[in-house]
Design a protein around this ligand. Sequence first.
Ligand code: DP6
Length: 365
Amino acid sequence: MLLEKDFIATSYQSIETAIFEWSAPSNIALVKYWGKKERQIPANPSISFTLKNCKTITKLEVVKRNFDKLSLTGMEFSFELLFEGKPKEDFKPKIQKFFERIEQFCPFLKEYHFKIDTQNTFPHSSGIASSASGMAALAMNIMSLEKAINPSISDEYFYAKASFLARLGSGSACRSIKGEVVVWGNHAEISGSSDLFGVALTEIHQNFKNYQDTILLVDKGEKQVSSTVGHDLMHNHPFAERRFNQAHENLSKIKAILTSGNVSEFIKIVESEALTLHAMMMTSMPYFILMKPNTLEIINKIWKYRTETQVPVCFTLDAGANVHVLYPENVKEKVLQFIQDELIEYCQNGQYICDEIGNGAQDLK
Ligand code: DP6
């Protein structure tokens, strides 16, 4: 069982220069993380499908700085940031904050200058959050640096610490390191589960292999309420305690469902979780609504189509108006036809992204 203190790097050498490059995917939660404690500890456990096509690709160039060991603590982090090849000042505060949070566990960071060169495979303005894939890709690169200066670390430690670091950047990012299904947060029935990092759930039934996720881009605008604010509103929320217990119950159920292959039971939990997430937003103080009229149009169309055709298609939502349409691979053709015929009229500029379950971060070097 890895504890926080186990993630503090203690013995390491130094290197002059190095270049690393990793991709990390986005993920879509089935049981949602909504509410957290101090230090990015989730209020309840969550589970997600790791995606394949929506990802961030990040190259990290590392150059040793000139410094005197004694003055290291007073020094600032040294990094430059390129997004799609161009300097991007707006992203720097997030990276600065990430470095501050992880420095305790990676005390070597200030010894180096970093050039971070990052891009997404999905349009930045799509409303798809890039924080999960972005923080996961950066965390993988940092771990490659740690491995370079301390080659003795095991593969298991490498991935667990990458997820641990990613979590400190953005909670859901810790579920973007591995595939195909990842649990984050202590859960009585999942051995090895931890509030500190994500663990892959094995024994997934054939019915869920290559599960499809078509993301309908309903609203590409900036969200009115950020996830950070939303999580915070779960403190003193009238339904918080009941909700956190429900997440534990739903995780037990979905774990059994993912093993047994019961798609109709899967649909019930997943859609209920999506609506519960938004119900929490609507019952916060202050309250807010992130769904748009077209989000509801799509949900109703999916329900009607499912009743009429018995095709096991369902939806989930993240903290926004976009709809993730989830379905087994063997009904892909039918569902894509349905999306074309009946749903794209509700998407902004008719845009949607086809994705499916994937395997997690990849070393591109
Ligand atoms: C609704 O991981 O973006 O997508 O930890 O503050 O960075 P921070 O929050 P974030 O929250 C994601 C919330 C969610 C549900 C989920 O992914 O589980």
